[in-house]
Each structure stands twice: as C-alpha cells, then as structure tokens.
Design a protein around this ligand. Sequence first.
Ligand SMILES: [Zn+2]
Length: 315
Amino acid sequence: MVVENYDRIVEKISKKAGVEKDEIERRIEAKRAKLSGLISREGAAQVVAAELGISFDNETLKIEELLPGMRKVNTVGKIMGTSPVRTFKTKKGDDGKVANLFIADDTSNIKVVLWDTNHISLLETGKIGEGIVVEIVNGAMRENELHLGSFSELKITNAVIGEVNNEKVFRMKKISELKNLDNAKVRAFVVQSFEPRFFYVCPTCRKKAIQENGNFTCAEHGKVAGEKRALMNVILDDGTETIRAVSFHDNLKDLGITELENPSELMVQKENLLGKEMIFHGAMRNNKMFNTPEFIIGGIELIDADSLINELESN
Ligand SMILES: [Zn+2]
C-alpha cells in the first residue's frame, strides 16, 4: 500500500513538473539520504514537490494521497461513521463544538475533524451521516487527520463510491511520535531481541487457554486441546527513539525466527535479526504489567533490496 501511494505521488509530481519519473525518484532518494532516512519516501516526495514549485491545491486527491502538512486539501469520501458532537469552551470563553467523521474511498480512510458550526449542524440535523458521500474542499491536514474550519466546504455530492477501503490504516510515523492506541507503521532497526516465551490458546477462539494439571480450559469453550504459541519481544530503534515491541507467532517467521524448539539454531536466528531494518505495522498499547508503552506488531514489511541499494548509492 505504501508503494502504491508513493508511485502515485511520483507520477503526479512528474506530470505536473514535466520532469521524468526517474529524476523525481532520484531527488527523493537524495533528499532522504540527506536526512539520514528519517523521513518517509512520501514525506520526501512532498519536500521535492515543494522545491519544484508544485502544489496539489485545488486538485481532488484520493484519501491515500493525503499527507501530513498538506493545506487546501480537496477530497471525496463516503461517511462510514460519525462521533457524537462535543462542546468545549474556546479561549475567548465562547461555546465551541467539534465532531468527527470517518470517511473512506477505494484507496483508504481518514478521520475528518469538523470545527465549523455550519458543518456540524449538517450532522446534527441528520443531513449527513453514514453512507452519504461528501466532498471536502479546502481542508487542512493536521498530522494524519483532515481538519475543516470555517474556510472549508463540506457538501453532499452524487459522486459514486463503490467498494471502500475500510481497513485499518497504518500511517508511517516516527517512534518518537507514537501515542497510546495509535495504529502506525514504523521503519526501524531491531537492536535487541529477547528469549521467546510460550503460551497456549484455545484452537477455536484463539484466546488464551488456562493450564491446570496438564489440561487446558478456555473460558468460553471449556476443556480444549491447548495450542502452543510463541511471542517474542524486540527493541526497535529508528533514530528518534527506541521502543519495546512484541511479535506474536504469525509474524515471527518474517523476523526470521522459525527454530523455536531448537536452542542453538534459535540463538543464531536471534543474532541474525540484530541490525535488520524493516517496516513494522502495529498498534501502541500500554503494557498493564509494567505500565510502559509497547508496540504490538501486527505485520512486517521487508524493505526491498532495490530501494535500499538506491539509497546506499545516493549517499
Ligand atoms: Zn475458546
């Protein structure tokens, strides 16, 4: 998904600037190299676009193309959900209102924050709501949310949105930016790995099975044959901060950890993992036992060798 998004941005910049795609990509990689890789390719693409004097103003973008920092954003999406309207006191002491929409198109989905009472009244009067397709004009990206103020427009459109991408979006973040409950992607190195730990789950519902006298019980399914699962903690570092991350069974093989029952092989695999750079998708949670934040790994993208080589060459 990152790749598709990136390719589309490169394509757009190339067309608008009248510069070959290869040249745009070269500039992007050079920009990233200069910033020691601390900026995502999409972020670097935006910097390059700005340097070429290109703006995406007044162009309707797909949700996936919306990037942090973008101003005057236009997009179209189907409302998938709404939040209750909240009231608050403004600095001047007035009553302010805020509400959220969750919109999706075929590429992605995003939270839209409404600050303007006219927009909010559309929601309050039921003129807009779930299933309605809306057009947004002149929004502004704040981090990974699209904010609409009094200069923005929110209107119902008869544009047709068929299948929507309602999957959880994992946007690229730096470790230092991660907040509790965030779903995000981080590009980081594994700098430490710990011994795997084992536990048993119910084969039906996959919830933890309690072991008692060699038997396993599931709270819901009673006596079950416990299925052995593993988890492993690693420390990730992306140059901004480090974080403890947890990888469960299904992702361990992407980390190169397959020899769970073979201590000497396992040691070699754990060693090999150190210094590896990957893109980790996951969610931030507070570890209840230690009261520390941790990153629950939900998926791993291996960084493709070609882009790595390009980066090394442009250094
Ligand atoms: Zn069960």
